[in-house]
Design a protein around this ligand. Sequence first.
Ligand code: ASP
Length: 313
Amino acid sequence: MSILLIHTGGTIGMVQTPSGFSPQTGVVEQAISDLKHSGACPRDVDVHLLTPLIDSANATPAEWGRIAALIADHHAQYSGFVVTHGTDTLAYSAAALGFALQGLDKPVIVTGAMLPLSVKGSDGMRNLADAIAAAPSAPAGIWVQFAGQRLHGVRTRKSHSTEFDAFRDTPGTAPPCQPGETLRVHGFGSAKVAILAMAPGMPTDLFQHAARDCDALLLRVYGSGTAPESQGLAMALQIANRRDIPVLAVSQCAEGGMALGTYAAGAILRAHGVIDGRDMTVEAAYAKLHHVLALPVSERARLTRPLCGEYSA
Ligand code: ASP
């Protein structure tokens, strides 16, 4: 029943410094030791630090790949995994692990804290203890454990910047887990993916630069899938089509998702072959594009298939 805790950084393990909260080794390790001594957590929890510890604002797909590789390397040895992570980009990493770990048959519980363990009144100890309790017993897949809730790891978003109860998910119909006979790890490359949000009257010709320079575009469109029928957007989509790069769209609304084709004002998207991201979170859609761009071209059709419960069936 042993558990591997992978500590990546984030508020949970930070201390106050002259320039603000910053990650420090020893904080999470001490908390685990305290939990073991109080009997609140089993003795066979091993801690692995992903060095350097970072504020998750500095995470990149390379960090997602490092976490996934560590889990894969130790998959047979442990009955569950806990990943402690900064909350700012926790939802991106959790979604990315869903795409990276095909055939995962153990729980991976991602958690963090809004206040450092080193600060009185922190939520860190509770989240840590809950995550460790869930690690051997939750169903296989990627879960976010936060403020007493266990959330679907590929459908979670940070919804509050200060409250302890900072995450929400859209309950999924499929578990946060990619089926597979054996474990296969998909790494991440160095693709350039641009997230382009629109607003009324915004100069969408800016998008053309991204269409020329990036490997994929992720559009944040209005409501159920409308966009301004502007010359700037049309040109950007034509450039993307000519370069044969994927363009995926998700809604700016946190709930409900897309239904491309409902409005005539979405015609510009359909006419240029924009892929309907349905009710994927922006975090999951971004991670999925990075996942697919790192695959051989023959496997890129995965972009238009549900892989790990990232959108409602
Ligand atoms: N800036 C921190 C991080 O994402 C915030 C947190 O962990 O709550 O690493």
